[in-house]
Design a protein around this ligand. Structure first.
Ligand SMILES: Cc1ncc(COP(=O)(O)O)c(C=O)c1O
Length: 397
């Protein structure tokens, strides 16, 4: 046989079979394909603010480029930014955080990836919220851990049941993931629940990954972090970033706050993977933290206003019932009364009604019976989506 015609089999590493994905990106490409066929689609699938990055941050980046911030920097992040993040986290969480406890990475996601890589051995158990951000489960499985879901309950406004958590903890539990405000439900973990989680962990050497990427998008009250509970500091990895707060999803910048010895290991993972986060982006992030915060407040108020209108609209549609989320920018209606399963309903709404939403089941087994709509779209489009869904249900239910 001619050597040039041999088709070699692609021999993947076994671990790749355990890696999941994020359905939002798949639904987006399906919706785009329908648009190319001439269909009108309202996009409520993707989880990113529809606002532009505030001008002062853009200006800071442009200026940084002109000033030559185009080179490699330290793997853990620029000292000025780590200092600024330490100040910000100290201020917002009321604990003293130091720059050597901060690692700057390209987005919030790498903190999940690196935390699992650094802490989880084969067979270690990781408890994670379900329904929840799909990358948690994907990464736990990828590194060979055992994914242990803790159910979030609609009747508790999508908080977890602390007694259920207690029952899931074993000698193999290495890490517990918390996320508040939460994707996809918009629920928050009340302070009492977080304190109880810490109480249940007690003196056990269990780490907590606290995903607080939506902390500035909580509608009422001050967000509370497990970092603030006495005794939890050295067992907490706080994940936060700029994507959602400052509408900077495409810039790829986020950070983790953790004990300094773990930060050094996570930094080594950065050296091995990305070398560093883009330098001019980090200069812009300093401006984001130091500059005028009114854009953040405006965006939060706008998301809340849209969610109030959208959930009210959903509650008027046959078979849908939706709680008002307490944060983030997602509505998570219960659709069991439609008699449809989540996935076929999401498909039908996309194909027949021209509304792109995500199946709750793509956020884990306990997401079945729900859909997720992102309200990162204009009021007009959100209203139009409600009209389309209403018409569809009248025709089909
Ligand atoms: C709960 C949660 N954590 C982390 C992220 C990742 O954010 P980033 O885009 O900064 O990587 C997201 C993004 O959708 C999210 O919903």
């Amino acid at each position: 046989m001619n050597a040039q015609t041999v088709q070699h089999e692609l021999l993947m590493a076994r671990r790749m079979a355990r890696l999941g994905t994020e359905t939002a990106f798949e639904v987006l490409s399906k919706a785009k394909a329908l648009e190319r066929q001439g269909k009108s689609i309202i996009h409520l699938e993707i989880g990113e603010p529809d606002f532009d990055t505030p001008e002062n941050i853009v200006e800071a980046a442009v200026d940084a480029l002109h000033k030559g911030w185009t080179h490699y920097g330290p793997s853990a992040g620029l000292p000025e930014l780590r200092h600024e993040i330490a100040k910000y986290v100290s201020r917002t969480r009321g604990v003293d955080v130091f720059p050597d406890e901060v690692v700057v990475v390209p987005g919030g996601k790498p903190i999940m990836f690196f935390t699992m890589m650094a802490l989880i051995d084969e067979g270690d158990e990781v408890i994670y919220p379900n329904p929840g951000f799909p990358i948690y489960e994907s990464m736990i499985n990828y590194v060979g851990g055992t994914a242990v879901p803790i159910q979030l309950h609609e009747e508790r406004d999508f908080a977890l049941d602390v007694n259920e958590l207690a029952a899931l903890i074993t000698d193999r539990t290495k890490l517990i993931i918390l996320n508040s405000p939460q994707n996809p439900t918009g629920g928050i973990l009340p302070r009492e629940d977080i304190e109880q989680v810490a109480c249940i962990i007690g003196e056990r050497n269990i780490m907590v990954l606290s995903d607080e990427i939506y902390s500035r998008l909580q509608f009422e009250g001050q967000p509370f972090s497990i970092l603030q509970v006495p005794g939890m500091r050295d067992r907490t990895i706080l994940l936060d970033g700029f994507s959602k707060t400052y509408a900077m999803t495409g810039w790829r910048i986020g950070y983790g706050v953790m004990r300094a010895d773990l930060a050094a290991h996570i930094t080594r993972l950065m050296t091995n993977s990305n070398s560093c986060t883009a330098s001019f982006t980090q200069i812009a992030a300093i401006e984001a933290l130091r500059g005028d915060q009114s854009a953040v407040d405006r965006m939060r108020a706008e998301f809340q206003r849209r969610l109030e209108a959208f959930t009210a609209g959903l509650n008027g549609i046959r078979g849908f019932s939706c709680r008002m989320p307490r944060g983030a920018f997602y509505a998570f209606p219960n659709i069991t009364a439609t008699g449809w399963k989540s996935r076929p309903l999401a498909d039908a709404l996309l194909e027949d009604a021209g509304v792109a939403a995500l199946s709750g089941a793509s956020f884990g087994q306990f997401g079945e019976g729900y859909l997720r709509f992102s309200v990162a779209n204009s009021t007009e489009n959100l209203q139009q989506a409600l009209v389309r869904i209403d018409k569809w249900t009248k025709r089909n239910l």
